[in-house]
Design a binder for this molecule. Structure first.
Ligand code: SF4
Ligand code: SF4
Ligand code: SF4
Length: 379
């Protein structure tokens, strides 16, 4: 593996984070493009958990003011996490996964950002997403479009959009990193879906706005983005945990890394489905085929059916195994012949982010021990 100069030790250091550096040789072009030599050298050894500025100044043997200027600059590039606790500034090195989300959030189009997009897209498909293949709980869980659930009386709190929005204090929107990185890459087709659609809340939202990576919006603004996304056919995806939810993504089947994992890398269940599934009523179907076009999972088709009352005699038919319960098809069905109904078995997400990370580590380590990860990713 080519590990020139400062990038070799930096890559070894990044491997210590929870996400590590899958397929390091494939990661190297991205890391070279993303970090300058000075940044890579400086960040080697930087802790992944937030540490007060004064402690870091001791560690780096630097004056706190000089260090602060340097770290603030890197925080605005999404290389470093920055927050304030009990009046003290804290910083941490962003791991590769979070750092690549933060890279795309501001939607920059300068020369350096453009240089990162092609190696990022190559690495997405050649290593970056590998750790997700064997884990049971995926990075995002499908959040059903609120209006598409037939009976909302027993909806779980983490699947109730209105209650979720009411639970947040601070609302932020960023550009979607998956779409932005594809749009910047001349080797990839442009994405026609809206791009400023990633919603973040509370603590994560403050990190994003305080470091110039996104902009503050209102609760109504967040609700409007969810409506716009539903109209466009984007799938709502939420942090896969019950407490401490900080993100609602709006994902498209062409650029989203989870759909890439599904369609190109054949990771089964690359998004954790919601607790709902579509129910079809052929007698109400108009046979228009809009749901077939909109379904990101290709779970619907039109078929001749005796119960169909439209002139063509066709109605939508569901492949239940493919349905992730997003409601994208239901949202625009003019015949009102589709509805989301609860699945037979309810599957709750991990309770906290810590539980999620623990589950991820256990599944990932078990797969590595069994050698299943490389098998499932052979392509
Ligand atoms: S996961 Fe979905 S919304 Fe989030 S960044 Fe990717 S495509 Fe965008
Ligand atoms: S289910 Fe709805 S959207 Fe699909 S073909 Fe029938 S009427 Fe059209
Ligand atoms: S049929 Fe397709 S669009 Fe409709 S809820 Fe299922 S996955 Fe979503």
């Amino acid at each position: 593996m080519e590990t020139e100069g400062v990038y070799g030790p930096f890559l070894e250091w990044l491997k210590q984070s929870w996400y590590g550096v899958p397929r390091p040789a494939e990661a190297l072009p991205l890391i070279r493009a993303r970090y300058t030599e000075e940044e890579a050298a400086f960040l080697t050894g930087m802790p992944f958990a937030p540490k007060p500025l004064d402690d870091l100044a001791g560690l780096k043997d630097m004056a706190p003011d000089d260090l602060r200027e340097m770290l603030d600059r890197m925080a605005r590039k999404g290389l470093v996490y920055r927050d304030e606790k009990q009046g003290r500034l804290r910083y941490a090195l962003n791991d590769l996964f979070f750092g690549m989300r933060a890279f795309g959030w501001p939607g920059r189009t300068d020369e350096r950002t453009r240089a990162v997009a092609p190696p990022a897209n190559r690495y997405w498909e050649h290593g970056f997403l590998d750790p997700w293949a064997p884990v049971r709980e995926k990075g995002l869980r499908v959040l059903p479009i609120g209006e598409t659930i037939e009976d909302t009386r027993d909806v779980r709190p983490y699947e109730d959009v209105v209650r979720l929005l009411d639970s947040f204090q601070y609302f932020v929107v960023t550009v979607c990193p998956c779409k932005h990185v594809k749009n910047l890459d001349p080797n990839e087709p442009d994405c026609s879906y809206p791009t400023e659609v990633c919603l973040h809340f509370d603590k994560l939202g403050h990190y994003i706005v305080d470091n110039g990576l996104g902009r503050e919006i209102t609760r109504e603004g967040a609700a409007a983005i969810l409506r716009k996304s539903a109209e466009a056919g984007l799938v709502h995806g939420i942090s896969n945990q019950q407490e401490g939810i900080d993100t609602i993504c709006n994902c498209d089947p062409c650029c989203c890394m989870w759909f890439t994992a599904l369609f190109k890398l054949r990771h089964t269940g690359s998004l954790t489905p919601s607790n709902y599934r579509v129910h079809t009523r052929p007698e109400a179907c108009l046979g228009c085929g809009l749901c077939v076009k909109r379904c990101p999972m290709k779970a619907l088709r039109l078929e001749s059916q005796a119960a169909a009352k439209n002139k063509k005699g066709v109605a939508a038919v569901l492949d239940p195994e493919l349905c992730i319960g997003c409601g994208v098809c239901v949202y625009t069905c003019k015949g009102r012949s589709l509805k989301l109904q609860p699945r037979e078995t309810v599957h709750d997400p991990p309770r906290t982010g810590r539980d999620f990370a623990f589950q991820f580590m256990m599944d990932h380590q078990a797969a590595q021990a069994e050698g299943t990860e490389s098998t499932r990713n052979s392509r």
